[in-house]
Design a protein around this ligand. Sequence first.
Ligand code: ATP
Length: 649
Amino acid sequence: MALFMINRYLGEEEDGQSNGELRSKALLNKLQERAKARELQSLASKKASDVQDAQASEQRGVSVRKTKRKVEQQEEEKPKKKKKKKEESIIEQDDVNDTPAEDTDLSTKKKKKKKDKKGSETQEEKQQTAIDEPENQKAADTQPEPPNASSSFQVLGGFKSKAAQKVQRVLPKWLAEPDMIERDITSHLISLSDVPGICPLLSKKLQANGIQNFFPVQAEVIPAILESVKSGLLIGQGGYRPRDICVSAPTGSGKTLAFVIPVVQALMTRVVCEVRALVVLPTKELAQQVYKVFCTYAEGTGLKVVIAAGKKPFAVEQATLVETRGGVSRSLADIVVATPGRLVDHINKNEGFGLQHLRFLIIDEADRMIDSMQQAWLNQVTKAVYKNGRGSGGSLFSRVQPGPITLASLSTPQMPLQKLLFSATLTQNPEKLQQLGLHQPRLFSSTHGSASEEKFNFPQGLTEYYVCCTLSKKPLLILHFLLRLKFNPVLCFTNSREAAHRLFLLVKLYGGVEVAEFSSRLSPSERQKTLKNFEQGRIQLLISTDAAARGIDINGVKCVINYDAPQYTRTYIHRVGRTARAGKAGVAFTFVLGVQEDKFVKMVQDSGSPSLQKQTIKPESLRGMESRYEEVLNELGRVIKEENAKKRF
Ligand SMILES: Nc1ncnc2c1ncn2[C@@H]1O[C@H](COP(=O)(O)OP(=O)(O)OP(=O)(O)O)[C@@H](O)[C@H]1O
């Protein structure tokens, strides 16, 4: 351990002793003697100082002397402590990592002291060694001395340091104690007739669409929403504003019908066509999907459902939303399904488009809508709702932004705006939820609010595996799953559209698998067509970015493969949630590199996954595919070069 050469002060023996060991011993003895002498001296001086202090307290000028004495004592203590340190370091020899700076400092001080006390030191030492040590003093010497034991300074406080406790977040009651929703769909189906308040028309429609029973989330949430419109659309029950509703239930548990049915039922008796329900979703595909469900259940009720998600040009959407005749505009939509960007465009640029009659604001995939920096849309919606416009001035419909409840604020009844939030991974972060300005929210959830961490529920029928592999074996693995293990259809996720495209080209070049890609490389219409083909079984492997990870309901997906391990819990939950939907069984595999394994397993287990297992694919299983794969890799390089060249021109 003698890594560094440290120059130590060696006293008078320095010249005489060349042998390092002898020198150390001599120095050690000398230092020990000195230390003892100092202790005795300090003890004696302490006693004297105590006596002096007692006397001096009655006299004037006592403080000056005391200070002097203390300073002296401190001066004496310093070398003593340093010497003690030095002793220890010598005893421990090479086991101690000395700091060169400290040593240099020490030796300089010693040298200086030596100069100051030249001659007197030897005399002093002799005197001190001549003094007999009392027995108890000897014993005390062997005991570890508390810091500052010889100092007359009083130690203030004297608290023992404690390890800081982890701060547990305290959830508001509504988040900590939600209305529980059963996670197991199949054993908790509720007959349509057992859910109160569903009108016969909708009941018939549900049955006509193959819905014989409600899923747990529907059985809980539908009556709660219907209850809030019991007194009609214009005022809440008893004149009060209804509570906002938040729903957190697993992927594929039927959340869409949980808002479609009550909203259609609540609006179907309306007289004038105005935008009364607005559904906001993060992507065009999701908007299209929800729009279709609304159309199915609104059909025959007289309600008009319009989509404003940028699938069609602005002017076309404008014409479907508003009709203007003789300078008077009229709404053509009761229910609008929109993406945030296009919605803001209509609020700002479509003159006749108004939200003054909005009764329901439904935010699907709510956590994504909060997280993404698109919340500007919410302010715009709120402004539009409370804007005095067509048909609002002074009438029963007039609205003012709600503030604190007072007698005056309750005296004029106004149409309430109720927010309904849905997600499989709804945040439990009250600060984030607060951004939505919820009014006395009520939470329906399949998990208990946890003070320590966010846990989510996974679909009951889902089995999760992860496969450890190397980067170069990933393409072979996916081919193995399709060609040898015969998984079909497979929805596969990559972390970027470039990766999705590369893998798509590779599988296509390899042959034997009907493959397609789904990402922002395709136009919205191409994407829609691809999803349709996949749903109809014309595509065996769909390679997608996270564009298809959320909310997309593709019938019959039995297997999800995370070709690239997702980085976030929520992404994982939504990706694997594309299978095992509506109480059916499904399997999800995640390809994990060696370096990712621990982090990935921890992430999934911490999120509340009950069944993640490791699956091993033996290298022999991939044999026989390698040579073709090598050829394909060469071809792939050429194809990508060609594509890049085309892009440049
Ligand atoms: N009561 C029901 N009976 C039979 N099938 C149902 C029922 N309710 C919903 N489904 C079907 O279950 C599937 C999943 O429903 P939905 O898309 O609403 O789930 P979700 O909870 O919104 O999922 P995600 O969180 O992934 O968006 C759909 O195909 C839907 O038609």
